[in-house]
Ligand binder design. Structure first.
Ligand code: B12
Ligand code: SF4
Length: 525
């Protein structure tokens, strides 16, 4: 294989950012896979330039120059930014490759702007691309391994990329690690519901933990496992084998069903400082939260007791909710969330508006078949800036009234003060405060309130939400232009639009059975 100049770009954000929280945290949200790609390319003998874009760099200045091939890792919210970047890099003679969540969810669209669009990637797929390395235009080649890779280079092998990224994190440095891929649960809205659970090599894990103890006085590790601790004993034994008690702090996303009291005792002993369980809904997903058939207030009571019990062991808890699921109707789900916050005041609530990310989850076919998926530009699909599924049981004004109400309740000064008092440790207290006052708390209240106002006052925007027009409201065009900064000029023609039913079409299905265009001010069922 000829020696290539390879650029690897990890897009942590969707454009230039001046946010305080972003400056502190974005580098800590970098992805593992771009570092893996960089490591593998280097092991294959290529010249690699790796660049993690956190939103605070001058993108035009720091972009890898003169590459033969550029790999870009992007979430869907960074799709337009990535498309523009690909356009720019192609104009300089590079072949471009897209990988990551957007490539997995919207390969049909991404293929219009990249030479290769990758799904699951292992070394064979990477080598296929590197060996071929030529423009594929107008439509890029779509390649994917049949399953997730069985092994990945650990932190020691990825170190130079980890280190370069964490230099951009001024206060807290969190090293990303993986102990497993996939998930044994089957939450139908989730990308992992169809990816088999697979633990990664525990020897690599141990070696990485040992290695990190030589690099930092007290390392902090963020597990990127979709559901950490499924093989609980195995992973705890690996940690206990090599980490002296209290020498490493860990953060993990784990489902409540895995967080029993005996597990929590062990997690505390092993330095787990933050846990992010998904609650999702008060009417659904009982298997995940170990609440079985309990629903509504009964589930609130069970879950808040559980969360308060977790607090006795773990100082920071973020609880994840999905707003607008089909099982929800009326103000009650939102009011129940407020009751939950009353009963478990220390939990930091993270809200996601229900989003059908292309072909991520099987449930998305149903939404597309029902004609419920709206064509919001990818840039707004970050679970907050747009909800691209028409809610089953709410009209938009009613839905946003509830979203605004629950956001205001969650980030009121009263709630912030109660969260502060209920949190024991200094960094978690400070994190909660910063998050509430940044774009995540106050910022979202402002944003959702603006959307709610426009639903009444901006006819074009309302029609777009109702599916009565596909003309993108000026509000979104202006925001996108502002957010892309210098890359707006590189956005390819047509890149603001996509086919929201591409997955359905590719699955060989016909047109959506229910066409949009009817207002749903009253419940549909
Ligand atoms: C860990 C995680 C996070 C972490 C770390 C994020 C990160 N930078 O990786 C945190 C908590 C920070 C996070 C944040 C968010 N997340 Co998240 N997250 C995940 C999770 C659980 C695991 C991802 C992971 O690392 N898997 C391990 C890797 C090895 O596997 P993989 O992602 O499947 O990648 C394979 C291929 O895609 C490919 N690949 C991946 N990256 C790249 C890069 C290149 C260059 C190449 C060539 C290939 C490649 O190779 C891999 C091996 O086969 C996924 C769920 C899931 N399992 O995908 C959600 C998920 C990726 N997140 C999601 C979302 C929406 C978000 C947020 C927008 C949430 C929010 N509202 O804030 C933010 C956005 C952050 C950002 N950077 O833009 C969505 C993404 C949907 C989409 N199409 O964009 C997912 C799929 C969850 C879901 N809703 O179903 N997330
Ligand atoms: S438990 Fe979490 S990671 Fe697993 S399928 Fe459900 S939502 Fe996805």
């Amino acid at each position: 294989m000829r020696k290539l100049r390879v650029g690897v770009i990890d897009l942590v954000t969707k454009g230039p950012s001046s946010s305080m929280y972003g400056r502190v945290m974005n580098a800590n949200l970098a992805s593992i896979m771009p570092q893996v790609i960089a490591t593998w390319c280097e092991q294959d003998g290529h010249d690699v330039t790796y660049f993690c874009y956190t939103g605070h760099e001058d993108i035009l200045e720091e972009l890898p120059k003169d590459c033969d091939i550029a790999f870009i890792g992007a979430f869907t919210q960074a799709a337009q930014f990535a498309y523009a970047l690909s356009h720019l890099l192609r104009s300089r003679g590079a072949v471009t490759v897209l990988g990551g969540p957007h490539a997995r969810c919207y390969p049909q669209d991404a293929a219009k702007y990249f030479d290769y669009v990758l799904g699951f990637v292992d070394r064979d797929i990477l080598d296929t691309v590197l060996e071929d390395c030529q423009p594929h235009r107008p439509l890029g080649q779509r390649l994917a391994a049949a399953q997730q890779p069985l092994e990945l280079p650990g932190v020691r092998e990825r170190w130079k990329y980890v280190e370069a990224t964490l230099e951009k994190a001024p206060l807290i440095k969190i090293v990303p690690m993986l102990a497993s891929l996939g998930c044994p649960y089957t939450c139908s809205f989730c990308i992992d519901s169809v990816v088999p659970y697979q633990p990664l090599d525990s020897e690599v894990l141990k070696e990485d933990l040992r290695f990190l103890l030589t690099k930092y006085k007290r390392p902090r590790i963020g597990w990127h496992d979709p559901n950490f601790g499924v093989r609980f004993n195995d992973v705890m034994e690996a940690i206990e084998d090599v980490v002296p008690e209290g020498k490493i702090d860990f953060i993990a996303e784990s489902s409540l069903s895995l967080l029993s009291e005996d597990h929590l005792q062990r997690l505390r002993a092993n330095g787990f400082k933050a846990i992010l369980p998904g609650i999702e809904s008060w009417y659904d997903m009982g298997n995940k939260s170990k609440t079985g058939k309990r629903q509504g207030l009964e589930k609130v009571e069970a879950v808040s007791d559980h969360i308060n019990m977790i607090f006795r062991y773990i100082p920071y808890i973020q609880t994840n909710f999905v707003l607008g699921l089909d099982g929800d109707s009326g103000p009650e789900p939102f009011e129940l969330t407020a009751r939950f916050l009353d009963r478990a005041p220390g939990a930091f609530p993270a809200y996601s508006l229900l989003t059908a990310f292309g072909q991520a989850a099987p449930l998305n076919l149903d939404y597309q078949r029902a004609g419920r998926v709206l064509p919001f530009p990818f840039h707004f699909l970050n679970n907050n800036h747009a909800m691209n599924v028409k809610p089953a049981n709410y009209g938009w004004p009613e839905f946003y009234d509830n979203v605004v109400a629950v956001s205001k309740y969650s980030f009121s000064w009263r709630a912030i003060a109660r969260r502060y008092r209920a949190t024991r440790e200094r960094i978690p207290r400070w994190m909660n405060m910063l998050r509430a006052m940044s774009s995540e708390g106050f910022g979202r209240i402002r944003y959702h309130t603006e959307i709610r106002r426009r639903l009444d006052e901006d006819r074009g925007l309302r029609d777009y939400f109702e599916g009565e027009t596909t003309t993108l409201p000026q509000f979104f065009v202006d925001r996108l232009k502002r957010d892309l900064g210098p890359l707006w000029d590189w956005l390819p023609d047509g890149a603001l639009q996509h086919d929201p039913n591409a997955y359905l079409a590719e699955a060989g299905d016909t047109k959506p059975k229910v066409q949009m265009g009817t207002r749903t001010a009253t419940p549909l069922n």
